[in-house]
Design a protein around this ligand. Structure first.
Ligand code: PLP
Length: 446
């Protein structure tokens, strides 16, 4: 690849972050995007904007895609969220087609009105039973479920205590619900306890919602859910666990709540269908019909939003059937075999990654500049993998989040790691050249 290392714009494209352009001022809202667009477009023109890609035939283990300039990419795909390879499963596709023949394609209403079908009502029951909870309520997306469970329950005088790495939907729900938000250090139970104790020392009148995830999506790690629920019980707080990345895919299919023997013992479980169940959609499972009804009518992201389509409800139900069958067990085994093979192959090639074995294998890169240069190299070598950089993760902790599927082959995995290795070596040379030309080696590489 030929760079013009004397192009000073490359230095700009290798520095800065989206955070720099979020807050814009001035009377004309229509120009708010201009500064961001100039920075983004400089990255784009230098081949350093690896986002907003589109696949040509869905998220296969090998697929064709295009970047947002229309340039074609073809290669092994570790960038899609389809952990059990359900989106191309013949029975899932058949279910979708047959459902459309009977129900049409649209829910045409909120679940608070007539947007539900018998399929979604039955799915709510199945989800509740699967998690050994009394009730479950569907949301149009996982995001809506995360936002909605918080905004639906928490009022301005209540308190929120949340893991500082909680997903954006949870952060946004918290910000919309109350100003009384306390973040504790990631997975740090003692810090969580400190926050709870200090709130309860001065306020015994209002509610506290504690928020965590079953499997953190950038770090692939997990809290002690037993201890978190105990803490909540001790301080009169309620716990919600977001199981978007582990429900269906880990353990016996019930994710970390099942692995930690907490089925039916967590106050609220919130999840998404978009990683393992081949569909948009989300849910909240709770302990009483009263709470479910309260969420249905006070959680704005479900009350005032159209329900899952009948096809989505049928697809998720079929995925749940498979997940709970012998085939599901085999798919989870294939997934974990692939995860271990990927992690081991990365180690053999000198890479490090975050967290515990799961479908998320986040490969450490560190410097944003180096990562962006790697992200420019990998598509042309035949690998799709998502770059995650600040502000989605801390500054200097950029990573390639490789998302493994049950359907990946050994060849796919070895190829991906080989490409990553080649791309990193080439990107290091690129960076040296650019830095030498710019005469500021330390500042960009740091
Ligand atoms: C932890 C977590 N919660 C919630 C969501 C939102 O789910 P969805 O993409 O299905 O709306 C995501 C997905 O990005 C996630 O990673």
């Amino acid at each position: 690849m030929s760079y013009d290392p004397f192009n000073s714009k490359i230095s700009t494209a290798l520095t800065g972050s989206m955070r720099d352009y979020r807050v814009q001022t001035g009377p004309d809202l229509a120009t708010r995007g201009d500064a961001f667009y100039a920075w983004q477009n400089n990255r784009r023109e230098n081949g350093l904007w690896p986002f907003s890609r589109s696949t040509e035939a869905g998220p296969g283990t090998v697929c064709k895609a295009a970047d947002d300039r229309g340039n074609g990419i073809e290669g092994v795909n570790f960038a899609s969220q389809d952990y059990l390879s359900m989106s191309s499963h013949p029975a899932i596709k058949e279910t979708a087609i047959e459902t459309i023949k009977v129900y049409g394609v649209h829910s045409a209403g909120s679940s608070a009105l007539v947007g539900n079908t018998n399929l979604s009502v039955a799915l709510e029951r199945r989800l509740a039973e699967s998690l050994k909870m009394e009730e479950a309520i569907l949301y149009p997306t996982g995001w809506a479920a995360g936002y909605g469970v918080i905004k639906g329950l928490v009022r301005s005088s209540d308190h929120i205590v949340m893991d500082m790495l909680s997903h954006v939907c949870l952060q946004e729900g918290a910000n919309a619900a109350t100003r009384n938000i306390y973040q504790f250090r990631h997975l740090d139970l003692a810090h969580c306890r400190e926050k709870l104790a200090s709130i309860r020392a001065r306020d015994t009148e209002n509610g506290i919602l504690v928020i965590t995830e079953g499997l953190f999506s950038m770090d692939s790690d997990t809290p002690d859910i037993v201890a978190m629920q105990d803490l909540c019980n001790e301080f009169g707080a309620r716990l919600v666990v977001d199981v978007a990345h582990d429900f269906g895919a880990l353990g016996d299919g019930t994710g970390h709540i099942g692995i930690q023997n907490m089925l039916g013992k967590v106050d609220l479980v919130m999840g998404s269908f978009s990683k393992t169940f081949a569909s948009n959609g989300g849910f909240v499972a709770c302990r009483t019909r009263a709470l479910k009804e309260y969420l249905r009518f006070y959680s704005p992201s479900t009350t005032f939003s159209n329900a899952l389509s009948p096809m989505q409800a049928a697809v998720v139900t079929k995925a749940l059937d498979i997940i709970q069958s012998e085939e599901g067990r085999q798919l989870r085994k294939s997934l974990m075999d692939n995860v271990h093979l990927l992690r081991n192959t990365l180690t053999e090639n000198g890479f490090e990654y975050y967290g515990d074995p799961s479908a998320i294998v986040a490969v450490k890169m560190g410097s944003e500049a180096l990562s962006r240069l790697v992200s420019r190299r990998i598509p042309e070598l035949g690998l799709l993998s998502n770059l995650v950089e600040y502000p989605a993760v801390a500054k200097g902790a950029a990573r390639f989040r490789m998302q493994v599927m049950a359907g990946h082959t050994e060849g796919n995995i070895r190829k991906a790691v080989g490409i990553l290795r080649e791309a990193v070596a080439a990107a290091r040379e690129d960076l040296e050249e650019i830095n030498a030309a710019a005469g500021k080696v330390a500042s960009i590489a740091a």
